[in-house]
Design a protein around this ligand. Sequence first.
Ligand SMILES: C[S@@+](CC[C@H](N)C(=O)[O-])C[C@H]1O[C@@H](n2cnc3c(N)ncnc32)[C@H](O)[C@@H]1O
Length: 380
Amino acid sequence: MSTFFVSCPIHFEERLAEELNSFWFEMMDLDGQPTREPLPELNIEPGGVEFKCSDHLGYQINLFSKLALRVLVRIHKFPARFYDQFEKELWQMPLDKWLTEKNISLKIETGKSRLNHERNLIEAATKALGSLAFKVSDEAKQQLYIRIIKDNAVISLDTAGENLHRRGYALFRGEAPLRENLAALMAQQLFKSGANLESDVFLDPFVGSGTILFEIASFKTPNLNRKYSWLEFKNKPKIFNSESWKKNLRWIQKPQNIRLIGIDSDEKAIHNLQENEKHFREIFPEIGFQLSTLNRDSLGLTSSDFPENVWIVANPPYGIRLKQDAVPKVFKHLENQRPLAGAIILHPESMKIEFQSLSLSSQIDFSNQGLKIKLSVFTR
Ligand SMILES: C[S@@+](CC[C@H](N)C(=O)[O-])C[C@H]1O[C@@H](n2cnc3c(N)ncnc32)[C@H](O)[C@@H]1O
C-alpha cells in the first residue's frame, strides 16, 4: 500500500474522481484477475486526488486515466523549517526501493513556508541525493517532486514519465490544438449525457488535428503502448515483468464499429488528422473505428454528408478575425440539414450557442490559458 496523488488540471478534480470510480474495477490484481480491492476513499485537493491503495493499482492508473496529468507516489513527509534539517530528512528517502538508475530530476514547489528559496532547496536536495549516490540532472527520466507547503515537505516520485496527456498519437498539430485531457473531459461528459460509443455517430465540424474524435474513440481503452516510469521501477510487481501482462486485461471491452466524421476547411488540418489517425491505429490497434474526413467549409455541408442523429462535438475557432456569429451559424446550418442527437461544445463564454431542437443540459465553467471557457452539452 502507498499513498498516491493523481494530478490533473485545476477544476478537473471532481471529474477525475468520477473517472477513477468508473475504471477502478477494470484494473488488474496480482493474480491477473480484475481487482477486488475496493475503491479507496478519495481526497480531493486542488490540482488532484489523493488516496491510499496497493502499488499495482496505483501504477495502473497511468494506463487508464485520460484526465490525469501524472500519478505520483508519496515517499516521504516531514516538517521542514531549516535547510540542514530538510537535507537530513531527505537522506531517509528509500529511493533504492524504486529506482535502478542513479539519475534523477527535481521539481520543487513551495508556498507559505520558511523554506522558499528555490536555489537553496535545490542545493540541499542535490547534496542529500548525492549522499544517496544519485545525480541530479534535468534530462533524467525519473522525477522527484518536492513540495513544501506551510512548512511541511511532501516528497513524491513520478510514476508516469512523460505527461499522461501525451498519448503518443498527436504528432501532427495545427493551430490551437486542444489538450488531449481537455478533449477527454468532453468525451466523459458526452457519455454521461447518454451518447453511445458504438451506436452513435460523432461529427466534429471544426476537426483540426482530430483530438476530440480520437479521445472519444479511446476514452474507455487503456493506453498500453507508451512508456511509463513505473515500468522501470525495481519494485514493479512481477506480473508486469513480461509483455504478456497486457493480454491479461482480457475483460476490457474492445469497442468496434465506432463512426467518426471530421470536417475542416483547411487542407493542412485534414492532412494532420489523417497522419494522426495512422499513429492512433498503431497505439490503439484494438479499437475498431471508421473515420470519414471532408476538406470543406462546414457551412456547405448538406444532408447527404452525414446521417441523422449525429452528435456534434466541437472546439470551434475563436478570435478577433472571426465574425461573432460565424460559429453559431454553422451549428444552426447543421441542425437545419438533419435532426441531431445532441451536441457538446467547448467555447468561450462570450460565444453564445443555441439550437432549436436541443436544449442546454449541462455546463462546466473553467478557464483555459486565461480565457473563460464553457463546456456546454445540449440534448433533446
Ligand atoms: C480550434 S481549431 C480545432 C482544433 C481541434 N480541436 C484540435 O484539437 O486540433 C478550429 C478548426 O476549425 C477550422 N475551421 C474554421 N472555420 C471552419 C469552417 N467554417 N468549416 C470547417 N472548418 C473550419 C480551422 O481550420 C481549424 O482547424
